[in-house]
Design a protein around this ligand. Structure first.
Ligand SMILES: NC(=O)c1ccc[n+]([C@@H]2O[C@H](COP(=O)([O-])OP(=O)(O)OC[C@H]3O[C@@H](n4cnc5c(N)ncnc54)[C@H](O)[C@@H]3O)[C@@H](O)[C@H]2O)c1
Ligand SMILES: [Fe+2]
Length: 462
């Protein structure tokens, strides 16, 4: 022990005495103290309990009884409220005599105002538990309603990610939340993230804290049978980008300093060997089932596999994180002009999965140099033949296979067809720059000009 201390003292002396000019300083390479290292050396995997099975929603009543729930808030959106997934939940609650109230006003692609409306409902109801039945919009709204009803005096921006909000840590105890996804996409049922459109800046941001994670995710493929074609396509591309971005994100050991306290390790840690397993599974599943799940909505094997893949990708992103496609998607969705896709109501909207995939070919051409082998592996898992491909062509090969999926599934020809022109690019870059959490997970450094170029390259994609 004494000897070790002597060696450390010596190293520390050398370190202090060494040249500190920018050209010659190597101070950062010698980690001689027990203080926070400059790069993290650890990662951890957190996830909600996941229960998967056809018809598993019928168990939710018993789960709530097991929790001792007496006053449950059931959240959904104005469309799902009248569909079979909601009926399955309410039948289960009624059969177990559980008292509940329904909030069915969740906005699809929620905003800060729609969050606040749901929060008000949750505060007034004094609930002891929550059930979210719907897509990412419902699950994210329910997480926020749970959080702010458990900390009623908090200001809305207290918990919102920096630099837009204060990024306050969650120290209050949240109520149990059971999430039942009805789309196959976001993976929100396993993550500690809640995303909304902050109207003031016309870009998405969110709250990211492990405390928001549902205690239980019921993954019931029966719910996917009512999902309309465009919702299935766009949410499928959300899975697609979750898998690709978490797989290619900066490695956890390169992200930055280890936190001073393990409780402060961020939700988005960078790619790691465990989240890579989920990502590989998803890419293989997409290769096998994405087209099938769209061409035949009754193909229960394909739809069930996509539903499981969404949850798997959620575990991947919920720990590794996503990067540029998502960072750029937030202002793309937030600045929507007149685009009104089928199956999403009458208001202009750029659904999340569409906003995310539209820049994917440009993004992966850009990031491939960081790890050509991994980009080639992703292309191969998605079905590309990579035999004899040079490392220098990894970005092109991955972009080409992404374009093949996009074209075959009828994705519009770039930002231009979503209503954007070259003159809109500065505004989109302005909305992407505050997405620090995502930009810093990108495996290559990027400037504002790089973001502009990626958006320019995405104006038309085919
Ligand atoms: N928290 C996270 O980890 C995370 C990750 C990715 C995306 N998101 C967010 O999730 C939101 C998108 O969620 P989404 O793609 O799941 O869609 P969604 O919840 O916005 O729903 C899309 C449409 O599909 C309908 N729908 C949902 N389930 C249906 C069913 N079974 N049958 C028929 N119609 C159905 C809805 O009523 C709605 O009209 C975005 O706000 C996005 O930013 C969150
Ligand atoms: Fe996403």
């Amino acid at each position: 022990m004494t000897q070790r201390r002597r060696v450390l003292d010596l190293l520390r002396t050398i370190n202090m005495a060494s040249c500190q000019c920018p050209a010659h300083s190597h101070r950062g390479n010698i980690q001689v103290t027990n203080a926070t290292p400059l790069k993290d050396y650890a990662f951890e995997i957190k996830c909600s309990t996941v229960r998967y099975g056809l018809g598993v929603t019928k168990e939710v009543g018993l789960d709530l009884l097991n929790l001792g729930a007496k006053n449950v808030c059931v959240m959904t959106d104005p469309n799902v409220v009248s569909l079979s997934p909601m009926k399955a939940v309410l039948d289960s609650l009624t059969s177990k005599g559980i008292n509940y109230k329904v909030y069915d006003k969740v906005r699809v692609e929620p905003t800060d105002s729609s969050f606040k409306d749901a929060i008000k409902f949750a505060k007034e109801g004094n609930f002891d538990s929550f059930v979210a039945i719907g897509g990412g919009s419902v699950m994210d709204t329910c997480k926020a309603a749970n959080l702010y009803s458990c900390d009623p005096d908090a200001d809305f921006l207290d918990y919102v990610n920096q630099p837009i909000g204060k990024g306050k840590d969650v120290t209050v105890q949240l109520k149990p939340l059971i999430a039942i996804p009805t789309t196959s996409g976001t993976g929100s049922e396993t993550t500690g993230m809640s995303i909304f459109d902050y109207e003031e800046i016309q870009a998405k941001t969110g709250i990211a804290n492990a405390a928001l994670r549902p205690i239980l995710a019921l993954i019931d493929p029966l719910h996917t049978l009512t999902v309309p074609k465009n919702v299935a396509i766009f949410s499928g591309f959300d899975i697609f980008c979750h898998a690709l971005e978490s797989f290619t994100a900066i490695p956890y050991s390169e992200r930055g300093p280890a936190p001073a306290n393990p409780a402060l390790r961020p939700v988005y840690q960078g790619s790691n060997p465990i989240s890579d397993v989920w990502a590989r599974f998803c890419l293989q599943t997409l290769n096998k089932y994405f087209f099938r799940s769209i061409s035949n909505a009754d193909d229960i094997e394909a739809r069930s596999s996509m539903h499981l893949a969404a949850t798997m990708a959620g575990v991947g992103i919920g720990n590794a994180g996503v990067h540029l496609c998502h960072g750029l998607a937030y202002p793309i969705a937030g600045n929507v002009k007149q685009f009104v896709p089928d199956d999403y109501g009458k208001d202009p909207i750029i659904p999340h999965g569409l906003a995310v995939v539209v820049t994917a070919p440009a993004v992966f051409r850009f990031t491939a140099a960081s790890d050509p082998d991994k980009h080639l592996e992703a292309a191969e898992l998605l079905g590309a033949d990579v035999t004899g491909v040079k490392q220098a062509d990894a970005g092109k090969v991955l972009a080409d296979v992404i374009l093949r999926y996009m074209e075959r599934l009828g994705i519009v020809n770039g930002l231009f067809e979503l209503g954007y022109k070259a003159t809109d690019i500065p505004k989109l870059v302005e909305g992407a720059l505050p997405q620090h959490r995502l930009l810093k997970l990108t495996p290559v450094p990027q400037s504002g000009e790089d973001l502009s170029k990626l958006l320019e390259d995405s104006l038309t994609v085919y």
